[in-house]
Write a protein that binds this ligand. Structure first.
Ligand code: HEC
Ligand code: HEC
Length: 455
């Protein structure tokens, strides 16, 4: 028997004896009133009282033992002083070093941030060889590839002084014709799995022939016309030989491949955000870091996912097409953002669009598919209201409460919705500014306007 159990047994026996003694006395004595019928009844009542006392005695014994001898009982389980020290040291190490916490509990992928890769993935049949890139660069800047020889790809995608867009609400093509959609930047387009606002092209190669043949963009009549324009310029012959093989025919296939190879070099992975996630903690201001945290916690990143900040990218998690829920925002309706339904088709209730990349977004105003919104803060307010169903205040005003009277229950209910304040909007904008490549930002003003033509 365990030595520490002896007192329990001793106390138990003592109280048991006391209880039995009391039982005997009660049965013998005259404690039971006469009213209880018969001698048997008297005995039963006496016995019940006695057993009650016995059980109280046992409980008392246990309580006394626990109160008097807790050490003996639990000493075996108590940590030794050494173990206590060790445990304290482990706890301290855990709270002091986030690395140990990370090792103990894996961080979900959905909370991690990655920099943009330095090179965009190229399809196996169109490797990004320098000679092909050189040919593509010339084609991209060649206005002879448009019907009236006035418009090149670069007219709408300024890659010399601008950030790859044209700064206009909607693009202007041959004969000064206005299109219906805003020209997105070509920077980092190489990372996109779907191209155009509605995502109708699946690769840069497939995309490139679109504007050449679009009547309000470059207005060429047919692929054969485009090939003829290239053939008539002798400077292209050696470039074609180097990019493909000697004597390779000038074909539309070769033209779009070369343009795509050139576009794959238009990568801006030199943003403050990229430097921050590579370990330079001072690359972002506090407001930008707060905006970054909000971008995740509010849910912006559910759609603008991965290192190219678009779920329609070849890198990162996928969220390719999303509805644009303009009905939730009077502001969005006023800007006509519900007029064009994108890939959902004209009869649809609300538009569906490819999720655009937010890289260099601070340099590529105006915003959205129709380029109707001039300022980034305005675009962020619209996004928070339409895509996150958040309550967003007007500039300078806190977001309103949403209240609803229920006649049935005679109660005034507060509707719980995410509230996005002025400060939140400002910090989200600050974070989006941290997605601008340093080299592109340095040739644009703070307001995203290009400084003259820097050749
Ligand atoms: C007249 C202006 C104009 C010209 C010229 C033009 N584009 Fe565009 N580009 C646009 C517009 C507008 C869009 C968006 C159209 C849409 O989504 O429906 C666009 C979209 C793109 C995209 C898709 C970007 C993305 O994020 O989805 C790429 C890439 C592109 N153009 C490359 C080119 C190339 C290459 C040329 C020359 C062969 C060219 N563009 C000529 C206006 C132009
Ligand atoms: C449900 C998906 C979704 C969520 C969530 C979302 N967006 Fe968007 N975002 C889109 C789509 C789709 C578009 C393109 C809309 C259009 O122009 O038709 C877009 C466009 C934008 C644009 C304009 C891009 C440009 O080049 O014109 C900005 C800026 C933007 N989003 C920022 C945000 C911010 C900040 C948040 C969080 C507050 C957010 N988005 C949340 C899907 C989403």
């Amino acid at each position: 028997m365990n030595g520490s159990a002896i007192p329990v047994v001793a106390y138990g026996a003592l109280f048991l004896l006391g209880g039995l003694l009391a039982l005997a006395l009660i049965v013998r004595g005259d404690l039971v009133p006469d009213r209880v019928a018969g001698g048997g009844g008297r005995l039963m009542l006496g016995a019940a009282l006695g057993f009650g006392l016995v059980s109280i005695a046992v409980k008392l014994a246990v309580i006394v033992v626990l109160a008097t001898f807790p050490r003996q009982f639990i000493d075996g389980q108590l940590p030794t002083a050494g173990e206590r020290l060790e445990r304290a040291a482990r706890q301290h190490a855990r709270s002091a070093s986030p690395l140990i916490v990370a090792a103990a509990k894996p961080v979900p992928e959905a909370r991690k941030w990655y920099p943009l890769p330095a090179t965009a993935p190229a399809p196996p049949d169109n490797p990004s060889m320098p000679a092909r890139v050189a040919l593509g660069r010339r084609l991209f800047h060649d206005a002879n590839l448009s019907a009236d020889r006035t418009v090149s790809c670069a007219s709408c995608h300024d890659v010399t002084a601008g950030a790859g867009g044209d700064g206009r609400p909607v693009a202007l093509g041959v004969g000064g014709q206005a299109g219906t959609r805003n020209a997105p930047t070509v920077y980092n387009a190489a990372f996109q799995a779907r191209l155009f606002w509605d995502g109708r092209a699946g690769s840069l190669e497939e995309q490139a022939s679109g504007p050449l043949l679009n009547p309000v963009e470059m207005g060429m009549a047919s692929p054969a016309d485009i090939e003829a324009r290239v053939r008539e310029d002798e400077a292209y012959r050696p470039l074609f030989d180097a990019a493909f093989e000697a004597g390779a025919p000038v074909t539309i296939d070769g033209i779009v491949k070369a343009i795509a190879a050139y576009e794959r070099t238009l990568v801006s992975n030199d943003a403050p955000y990229d430097r921050f996630v590579a370990g330079d903690e001072d690359a972002l201001t506090f407001a930008q870091k707060r905006g970054m945290a909000l971008f995740l916690s509010l849910g912006c990143r559910q759609c603008h996912a991965g290192p190219n900040f678009s779920g329609a990218s070849l890198v990162g998690p996928k969220a390719v097409y999303r509805p644009f829920s303009v009905s939730r925002s009077p502001r969005a309706i006023a800007f006509g953002l519900g007029d064009d339904k994108g890939r959902a088709g004209a009869d649809a209730a609300s538009g569906v669009w490819r999720v655009p990349s937010l890289r260099n977004v601070a340099l590529t105003a105006p915003y959205f598919h129709n380029g109707a919104v001039d300022d980034l803060a305005g675009a962020v307010r619209i996004m928070a209201a339409t895509q996150l169903n958040a309550l967003v205040g007007e500039a300078g005003e806190p977001p309103e409460m949403e209240l609803r009277w229920s006649a049935a229950t005679r109660t005034l209910e507060t509707i719980e919705r995410t509230r996005v304040t002025d400060r939140d909007v400002a910090d989200l904008v600050a974070f989006l500014e941290a997605l601008s490549g340093d080299r592109l930002a340095s040739r644009m003003g703070a307001d995203g306007q290009a400084y003259g033509a820097i050749k």
